[in-house]
Write a protein that binds this ligand. Structure first.
Ligand SMILES: [Zn+2]
Length: 501
């Protein structure tokens, strides 16, 4: 998504204007949470702990009707606060009383309660709304994807404004109950556990629960006609996968990939530690877009990810995000490397395990196939800029950075870090700098220069083979052998449309 980025200094100045030190105790909340790439994402002044969404969706007309109940705690005395939302609102109640509201900007909903919210107290906010998500546009574009039999909300960095009002930034995570009423014969897929399903007068209601903190962009909804498969992991977690009945030639490859979710998650647990959520699965709707996304506990996969046959690598990538991205989320969107660098590196580790090329071989090949004058090397994975947030360099140069770390500190410390980090920041947020400090702490080595080189310095850095391997390589292969393309290379490259739209 391309938005106009306001320089952080301008934003800071405007915040100072609305919150003077001498103001009365009750003031409006800021219209943004303070993200340097997306100044209007999220809002200031409160923290949401739970969303209860009660929705009804008619696939024929794309009409979505909803009642959203948010439980939020004010973090300041609050005379007014913003929600991020795009559909038409008919009524808002705060602590039971009707509130005034107005819209502004691309997706701001300004709510003025009859009584100011007290700092530290929980408030309930009930929003009633209806609209056609495909008709709501930001910069001429809608994240809601219509399908022949329904619609899908799955997009990064945001999709929430198309289907529920929220504090739309990963800094404010909450638990979710998502209940969706759809015509009989149609399914509604969302996050977490399917608690129950009831039919009445030609409509079926699906009740989903995601009981661990979840970022708003990781909430997902897919309505359509699906084939559902279910299972249970060795540790007892429910698995639920959903495949559009209309996947055509990609149906077999999609199932042959996503049905391996439990197996992949079990392997990831051996690398990253215990799986952080209450359910597992994936869904493949009949959408035209080509990307995949790590929607919490139930990733979204475009059928095009399976156009060339089974693709377990994309499943590895999206499931790795459940630890790196979903449980431990970005603090600011500029921290995207702590999501994508590690999700890409997990694909390299899977290749290593499968005997299809080691992470070092993939790093070497990635490094070698990008000449020094390739603009790829100008993108800084540690702060790529909003326009380059999902640039290939964040993934590939970002993953070489991780291999460089592994070579610097050795496998024992390296895998200790990979497993320790998701526990250190479980269900929270982190910055790139937090990772650097954590890696230094666990390894006992100064690493600032390594990360400065790989994450923050434009240009192609030197990339030496691991010191433990180089003497052997020199003695056994003189002159140095030409690297060969790792067997997994093309499969991993085929997942490169991840997160693009
Ligand atoms: Zn990713």
């Amino acid at each position: 998504m391309h938005r106009k980025v306001i320089a952080p200094s301008v934003l800071a100045a405007s915040l100072l204007l609305v919150i003077p030190a001498s103001a009365a105790s009750s003031v409006p909340g800021a219209p943004g949470i303070g993200d340097s790439y997306y100044p209007t994402s999220g809002n200031g002044g409160y923290d949401v702990s739970h969303y209860d969404l009660r929705l009804k969706y008619e696939p024929k007309t794309d009409l979505l009707e909803g009642t959203a109940t948010l439980l939020a705690t004010a973090t300041q005395e609050l005379s007014r606060f913003n929600l991020d939302f795009g559909l038409k609102v008919s009524e808002i109640r705060v602590n039971g009383a009707k509130a005034k509201f107005a819209t502004s900007g691309a997706h701001e909903l300004e709510v003025t309660p009859t009584q100011a919210l007290e700092k530290g107290k929980q408030a309930s906010v009930v929003v009633k709304y209806a609209g056609k998500p495909s008709e709501f546009k930001v910069d001429g574009w809608s994240a809601w994807q219509r399908t022949p039999d329904g619609g899908v909300a799955a997009q990064e960095p945001d999709s929430a404004v198309w289907w529920f009002p929220s504090n739309d930034h990963p800094l404010d995570k909450a638990t979710f109950d998502i209940s969706v009423n759809v015509p009989d014969g149609t399914q509604a897929i969302s996050n977490g556990v399917l608690q129950s399903q009831t039919s009445k007068l030609g409509w079926t209601r699906y009740n989903w629960r995601s009981n661990k903190p979840q970022a708003t962009y990781l909430a997902t909804l897919a309505v359509g006609k699906f084939d559902i498969t279910t299972g249970t992991t060795a540790s007892g977690l429910p698995i639920l996968n959903a495949y559009s009945k209309d996947l055509g030639d990609n149906a077999g490859a999609a199932r042959a990939s996503v049905e391996r979710t439990g197996e992949v998650a079990e392997w990831l647990e051996s690398v990253f530690g215990p799986y952080p959520f209450n359910a597992l699965g994936g869904y493949v709707p009949n959408v035209p877009s080509g990307f995949a996304l790590e929607t919490q506990s139930r990733p979204f996969y475009s059928p095009r990810q399976f156009a060339n046959g089974a693709n377990v690598s994309v499943v590895v990538h999206e499931l790795a995000h459940q630890w790196y991205g979903d449980s431990v989320s970005v603090d600011n969107w500029k921290d995207i490397w702590i999501n994508e660098g590690f999700a890409r590196y997990s694909q390299w580790l899977w290749s290593e395990k499968e005997g299809e090329g080691t992470a070092q071989e993939l790093a070497d090949w990635t490094y070698r196939t990008r000449p020094a004058d390739d603009p790829f090397w100008q993108v800084k994975p540690g702060d790529p800029g909003a326009d380059n947030q999902f640039h290939g360099a964040v993934y590939d140069r970002g993953a070489i950075a991780i291999q460089a770390l592994r070579n610097e500190i050795g496998d024992e410390k390296f895998f200790k870090i990979l497993k320790g980090w998701p526990t250190e920041h479980a269900y929270g947020n982190a910055k790139v700098g937090d990772f650097v400090r954590y890696a230094e702490k666990v390894s006992g080595k100064p690493l600032a220069q390594l990360f400065e080189t790989w994450l923050y310095t434009p240009g192609k850095p030197a990339f030496a083979p691991p010191s433990s391997q180089s003497p052997l390589a020199r003695s056994s292969k003189a002159p140095a052998a030409e690297p060969v393309e790792p067997k997994s290379w093309k499969k991993i490259a085929a997942t490169n449309s991840i997160h693009e739209h």
